[in-house]
Design a protein around this ligand. Structure first.
Ligand code: TEU
Length: 564
């Protein structure tokens, strides 16, 4: 966080592990810390610098750990604090760093703070959460939950309602209370003292709500509204994050990384959050490129991809944080469908090429790339057959709400299959064998049937696999400062099939170009690129230099050239 250490994470690549789906060492069907320890060699081989773990704290698991009931321990599902210490030591011994997921906007309703808070209107913890009286015998306002229904639940003990932007088992903390902020800072210090290297902060731009909690403008046909304007980048959020950074990292030496997950964040806000001079966060996860193919009020409404819109969304973020601030770069995480199925082409002929082309485009940009487990293998969406295949509460609640409103069930199921979070949560595909080598027991989520041919074991043995392409991209980022720092200039912005841009420093220039479609394309590149040498291509047999200004690209052909 301090100025002299500001740069290390700019050339780093982060790998996200969703522990319950990564590797199971004890046969209970859930991934665990022991499983991660066994697979550290795999991550070393991939070459990543930082590992981010989705939450492993004790939790009722209503939202798979994003509902924390104790911030200072490990859920027995995953292991013990002693095992955590072993994992951390081994990660450090491999030269990697560990980032914890910090869920601070809300806790579990089973956290002792909330148990106390709900016990009486006069309990000292009452004000740690957001309680309001009923309005005309109904919810205090019209805010909806991200997981369907109202964002308020009435608690019988006191008759008041508490706010939960997510599930009713995830009550929102009241960040206006300085004791809440101090408690969270203490938790962060506790983990840093244990040796962790930073935090990914869940929905951290939601922690400050508009004072008075006003109604959101109503939407026809909707009783509740996701009131983004009343909690996204709210009035005190910058003050709270600056205070957190000062109190937690202020006097601490070391190399840390902080990234705030920020649905709905704008480029102007992101520049403020990540301006090193303001001392808030190192980078944010923005969502603009994740919403280009979703309906504005309903993420399960699938619009299909317009590549120009996607290119411009990411291009805008590249430009906006060029001078001040820093981008994170990601295609996937535990909340998103698999990118090869979403923006690529997962048919047999183009699966590998489109997975590697999309990787090339993302890793060529300026920012810190994040790889989500299995993305480096080109893992695909799951062939969901019906609602019974979905485990995620967001999916289950959404389906129920559509049925409630007499909506079209088959459209809802198609939306869930395409956009559902469970796509990312099927077990990691290690081998062609039973349960893809994930567990010796019964996996908590079904394994994708394509693990027989799509798995780590076969890709590690193949010279031209999706895995080896990710390996090469990560190596390039470490070796070429121009990939880290070079200015980005988009090319052919209106082309619906070609994605291209240059990176440049006073010392050199790089061309990143991909054909994002099946049809071959011949593209005219500037005369300056004649003689450029190929740094990386994703198809076998790509010539090692550009010999003319006409570049012929096969379907899903992607290349990185260095100018001579
Ligand atoms: O997600 C925040 C978020 O707003 C979405 O991306 C979320 O996945 C949801 O689908 C919105 O429709 C974070 C976590 O990453 C997610 O796993 C949690 O469920 C959520 O916060 C609550 O903690």
């Amino acid at each position: 966080m301090t100025a002299q250490h500001a740069a290390w994470w700019k050339s780093a690549v982060v790998y996200q592990i969703y522990p319950r789906s990564f590797a199971d060492s004890n046969g209970d069907g859930f991934g665990d810390l022991g499983g991660i320890i066994e697979r550290l060699g795999y991550l070393e081989a991939l070459g990543v610098d930082v590992i981010w773990l989705s939450p492993i704290y004790p939790s009722p698991q209503a939202d798979n750990g994003y509902d924390v009931s104790d911030y200072r321990d490990i859920d027995p599902l995953f292991g013990t604090l002693a095992e955590f210490d072993v994992l951390l030591a081994q990660i450090h011994a491999c030269g990697m760093k560990l980032v914890m997921d910090l869920v601070v906007n809300h806790t579990s309703d089973e956290h002792p703070w909330f148990v106390e808070s709900r016990s009486s209107r006069h309990n000292p913890k009452r004000d740690w959460y957001i309680w309001r009286d009923a309005r005309e015998a109904a919810e205090p306002n019209n805010w909806g939950s991200f997981f369907s229904g109202s964002a308020w639940t009435r608690d019988a003990t006191t008759g008041q309602y508490y706010l939960h932007l997510f599930d009713r088992k995830q009550p929102d903390l009241n960040w206006e209370n300085p004791d809440v902020r101090k408690a969270m800072q203490d938790i962060m210090v506790w983990w840093l003292d244990r040796g962790v290297d930073g935090f990914r902060m869940d929905v951290v731009n939601f922690i400050s709500k508009t004072s008075g909690l006003p109604d959101a403008p109503t939407l026809p046909g909707h009783r509740y509204v996701i009131a983004v304007d009343e909690f996204v980048d709210g009035p005190h959020v910058h003050e709270y994050l600056a205070e957190m950074s000062r109190e937690v990292f202020g006097n601490r030496d070391g190399e840390f990384i902080t990234v705030g997950e920020m649905p709905g964040v704008t480029t102007d806000q992101a520049r403020l959050y990540t301006d090193p001079a303001r001392g808030e966060l190192d980078m944010v996860f923005q969502f603009e490129h994740m919403s280009v193919d979703q309906g504005p009020a309903n993420k399960f409404e699938c619009l299909g991809l317009d590549l120009v819109v996607l290119k411009k969304a990411l291009g805008r973020w590249q430009a906006a944080l060029a001078e001040t601030g820093w981008n994170s770069l990601y295609w996937e995480n535990h909340d998103q469908p698999r990118v090869v199925s979403r923006f690529g082409d997962d048919s047999p002929a183009y699966w590998a090429a489109s997975a590697t082309a999309l990787a090339t485009i993302l890793h060529g940009m300026r920012g810190t790339p994040f790889v989500y487990q299995g993305e480096e293998l080109g893992m695909t969406n799951y062939p969901f057959q019906g609602v019974q295949d979905h485990q995620d509460l967001e999916a289950v609640n959404y389906y129920a709400s559509v049925l409630d409103l007499r909506g079209d069930a088959s459209v809802a199921l198609a939306g869930l299959a395409a956009m559902g979070r469970d796509n990312a949560r099927t077990p990691m595909q290690w081998s062609p064998g039973r349960n893809a080598g994930f567990t010796t027991g019964d996996p908590w989520m079904p394994v994708n049937p394509n693990h027989t041919w799509l798995n780590a074991q076969s890709q590690l043995a193949a010279p031209d696999s999706v895995f080896t392409h990710y390996q090469a991209l990560i190596r390039l980022r470490h070796e070429l400062p121009i990939l880290v720092h070079g200015d980005v200039t988009p090319l052919m912005e209106e082309d619906p099939q070609i994605w291209a841009y240059t990176r440049a420093t006073p010392d050199g220039a790089i061309l990143v170009i991909a054909n994002c479609g099946r049809e071959p394309r011949t593209v005219e590149v500037g005369a300056g690129w004649t003689g450029a040498s190929l740094l990386l291509g994703n198809l076998a047999g790509t010539p090692s230099a550009l010999t003319s200004t006409l570049l012929r690209l096969a379907g899903w052909d992607a290349r990185i050239y260095a100018a001579n």
